[in-house]
Design a protein around this ligand. Sequence first.
Ligand code: SF4
Ligand code: SF4
Length: 204
Amino acid sequence: MPYGFSFDLSEISKSFFRELARVSHERKLHKKFGVRARYLAEKFRLQEITGLDVPNALQLVEDLIDVHMRNVSERENFVKTKKRALFLPHCARKYMDSRCQAQFNPELPSYKCAHCSPDCIVNQATTLGESKGYDVYILPGGSCVPEILKKNRYEGVVGVSCSQELKLGGEYLKYMGLAGQAVPLLKNGCAKTTFSLGNLKKIL
Ligand code: SF4
Ligand code: SF4
């Protein structure tokens, strides 16, 4: 389910994400969740830089905090896993048309990158994931996740997508009893999206 608004955090200072992590670790956060999100949005001029209105900026920050907190609570279980999958979003491919040479396998269902463009972030993330032993899937949508997980016995899953999709995916992994880690998109919009390869590397 995509957001009803577009965001681009690629110009936001890196300290925003450090602060996000700090805020996520604070005790009693649940009591002050909205206050903390507003503090972060104001401190890092989220509305001014992204053009988001207040409710959407707060929703985005709250979702990012939620994803971070889930990563922290799942980390211990995740590092113990051996057989892992990496799910990448099709929207981050360099091309969304026939110039993308990725092969779609309807049985899985997912794309497999054909490495046609060295500067494609999905290509780079695929190579990174495979070098660390992950099975890598490029997903056309979140509904592919249950199908893939039913057909393959994974212990750990890393997902890259917009934070709203990550929240839904996190619930599903919990239901399946699988350990998960997540990397939120820095820019959504369902095409020409992007994420931090550095963050993905740390998570993997
Ligand atoms: S590098 Fe892979 S994902 Fe990127 S455009 Fe080419 S085939 Fe598609
Ligand atoms: S931004 Fe990408 S991950 Fe999020 S809903 Fe759109 S296509 Fe899916």
